[in-house]
Write a protein that binds this ligand. Structure first.
Ligand code: ZN
Length: 281
């Protein structure tokens, strides 16, 4: 499909054809324009219209951690994940720890995340936590995942070796999800062998992501999740347009093409995986 040159980058992508029930394993409904119950319902109605029946909305700071639990209470299709993003690890004060901890106990919080390491932004983004601070916050979130028995949701940017290092040093919790997995085949092998779950986003549809496309072939279908990471990473050919959970079928279709498997089958297996991994009804 070609995007008309008249398309503005601000125009939302059209609704994709439905592929069956799906769960958006990682999204940011607040950054998609969700503010109150009505706007969350509207986003989830657009998603449901193309089969995306549920979404896990992920916090990246404390205000967002409060908001995601409220969104999950407001709409039964929404689940939440709480943590302070690695780039914000410097804000993980004692008070923040105790608040994240009490939010993590919320019954609709289904994962601790996103946490991990981001070695891209330090030095580029003002106020970004340095690697050592990120490492300490990551270790704390790993421990929280173990104490709550909830999956650990990892953000890894340019930090393959360091993330593995911390996971080995601290001991990985029972369930580990690499959100927006974007590493190469070697890292995919390591994660798959450890029994970890790899969640794929619209980046699998980007033609220049060759390493990732090779990595995808390594992942057993039972260890796959699909996510939008909306409003970011809108799949091809709508790159640059605002992403939303309803766009998830585009990514499933791109992934199915890579794996030479029917898209409806892939939808079914990833839907089952998400419900198992997050313990959804
Ligand atoms: Zn995210």
């Amino acid at each position: 499909m070609r995007v008309s040159s008249k398309r503005s980058a601000k125009t939302p992508p059209p609704a994709p054809p439905e592929l069956g029930p799906l769960v958006d394993a990682h999204t940011h409904l607040d950054a998609c324009g969700g503010t109150d119950a009505a706007s969350v319902h509207a986003i989830m109605d657009r998603a449901a219209a193309v089969g995306v029946q549920a979404a896990v909305t992920v916090a990246d700071d404390l205000a967002s951690a409060r908001w995601v639990t409220e969104a999950a209470d407001a709409d039964e299709r929404v689940y939440a994940a709480v943590a302070l993003h690695p780039t914000r690890a410097g804000t993980l004060t004692d008070a923040a720890r105790s608040e994240v901890e009490s939010l993590a106990a919320h019954p609709r919080v289904v994962a601790i995340g996103e946490t991990g390491l981001d070695l891209y932004w330090p030095g580029r983004l003002e106020g970004c936590a340095d690697p050592q601070t990120q490492r300490e916050a990551f270790a704390w979130h790993i421990d929280l995942a173990k104490r709550t028995g909830k999956p650990l949701m990892i953000h890894n940017r340019d930090a393959d070796a360091a993330v593995l290092d911390v996971l080995r040093a601290e001991g990985a919790p029972e369930t580990v999800i690499f959100h927006c997995f974007s590493s190469g085949p070697e890292m995919a092998h390591t994660c798959v062998d450890a029994g970890w779950i790899l969640s794929l986003s619209g980046t699998v549809s980007f033609k220049n992501a060759r390493d990732l496309r090779e990595a995808v072939a390594v992942i057993p279908q039972e260890q796959l999740l699909v996510e939008t990471d909306a409003p970011f990473l809108t799949p091809h050919p709508y790159r640059g347009s605002p992403n939303e959970p309803y766009c998830l079928p585009y990514t499933v279709r791109a992934l199915a093409e890579l794996l030479r498997t029917p898209a409806a089958d892939l939808a079914q297996v990833t839907n089952r995986n998400a419900r198992r991994v997050y313990g959804l009804g």
